[in-house]
Design a protein around this ligand. Structure first.
Ligand code: ATP
Length: 345
């Protein structure tokens, strides 16, 4: 079953296309992260899925039911937004029970469901606590539980963790993912944080200027970015020009990269090489020659910045593989062909 399908969904504000023919099929139970820079249309897309914004054209289906014209409250959704919007004067239990109460569910059912959900969010025993007396992470979990109270078909979250400090946010990412796996609920999260997306998602959807640039599993997005925009947006990367020479070799910064070639007929393109794949050696031996400009030792990893042919190339190593260089050292740069993603688009 398809948990969510977006069929050429478009949203125009006047002449401006905020979302441009987005087509996506999400299997039921998938955790999707919509990822992209500010203004790329993520929130507008989520709001259309939620029914808070009407598409200019295209259609949306949840679990194979077309809901394009169905009002929000009949779409069977759970929603959490950045602001959380918990009721400050109500207790934890009353907040979670609220959606059940306004739908006239019995007191028994409310109590049972609150117990279940508190267990699920690791807050058993907190039912009577005023929400004003909770930590940021606890409030987050209560908002999630309230959104799930009616067992929705689709769970939508817009930047749900962005108000939390870095450490708590990372812990909540893991918790949210584990909760989603336990429930098997199709979940769509908007985020601009690529680490967050990589942590939680089955499917990362990278958007740029209203369009899907790539939709794939996190590792595939990282290892096989579809274009320079995606390569640059996901993690750190080195984007370098590459040219085909007369002998069919791929030349980067004046040096042929053994084993690398461009498609027939392509003269110029770019390559993306992740910093952890860049190897630094002694100068010479067919390596690209460069000069170290800066070494950033972060304890767990060491980033070496090398200038070559007017470009800065970053190499990342662990302390064990520490390249024995300081600022000013001449070095050779080796780009292993198998780590170079050629971007011809
Ligand atoms: P952010 O991460 O900053 O929230 P986003 O990717 O979620 O960005 P959207 O909020 O979807 O982006 O906005 C996409 C584009 O549509 C932006 O250029 C925004 O200014 C524009 N936009 C959004 N809502 C409206 C509106 N109601 N009227 C006019 N333009 C709008």
């Amino acid at each position: 079953m398809s948990g969510l399908s977006l069929n050429d969904v478009t949203k125009e504000f006047g002449n401006f296309k905020a979302v441009d023919r987005v087509a996506l099929n999400v299997p039921h139970g998938t955790f999707v992260c919509l990822l992209g820079p500010s203004g790329c249309g993520k929130t507008t897309l989520l709001r259309m899925i939620a029914g808070l914004e009407e598409p200019t054209s295209g259609s949306i289906a949840i679990d194979d039911d077309d809901i394009t014209k169905v009002p929000t409250h009949k779409r069977d959704l759970g929603m959490v937004f950045q602001s959380l919007a918990l009721f400050p004067h109500l207790s934890v239990g009353e907040n979670i029970a609220y959606p059940l109460r306004i739908r006239g569910r019995s007191k028994d059912e409310q109590a049972r469901r609150v117990d279940e959900l508190l267990k699920l969010i690791h807050l058993t025993g907190f039912a009577d606590r005023p929400v004003a007396k909770l930590s940021g992470g606890q409030r987050q979990r209560v908002a999630i539980a309230r959104a799930l109270a009616l067992s929705p078909r689709l769970f939508l979250l817009d930047e749900p963790l962005s108000a939390l400090d870095a450490k708590l946010r990372e812990a909540m990412q893991v918790e949210l993912r584990q909760l989603q796996q336990k429930l098997g609920i199709t979940t769509i999260v908007v985020t601009h944080d690529q680490r967050e997306a990589m942590t939680m998602a089955d499917l990362v959807v990278v958007m740029g200027e209203g369009r899907i640039r790539q939709a794939a599993a996190p590792v595939e997005i990282y290892r096989k970015p579809a274009d320079a925009f995606v390569a640059d947006f996901i993690g750190m990367t080195n984007l370098l020009p590459v040219e085909a020479d007369g002998a069919g070799r791929a030349v980067v910064l004046g040096t042929a990269v053994p084993g690398l070639s461009l498609s027939a007929g392509v003269k110029k393109a770019q390559i993306s090489v992740r910093p952890e794949d860049v190897r630094l050696t002694a100068p010479g031996d067919g390596a690209i020659s460069g000069t170290v400009t800066f070494v950033r030792d972060l304890g767990g990893t060491i980033e070496t910045f090398v200038e070559a042919g007017g470009r800065t190339i970053v190499a990342v190593a662990t302390p064990r593989e520490r390249p024995n260089v300081v600022a000013g050292s001449p070095v050779g740069i080796v780009l292993p062909a198998e780590s170079c993603v050629v971007l011809e688009k």
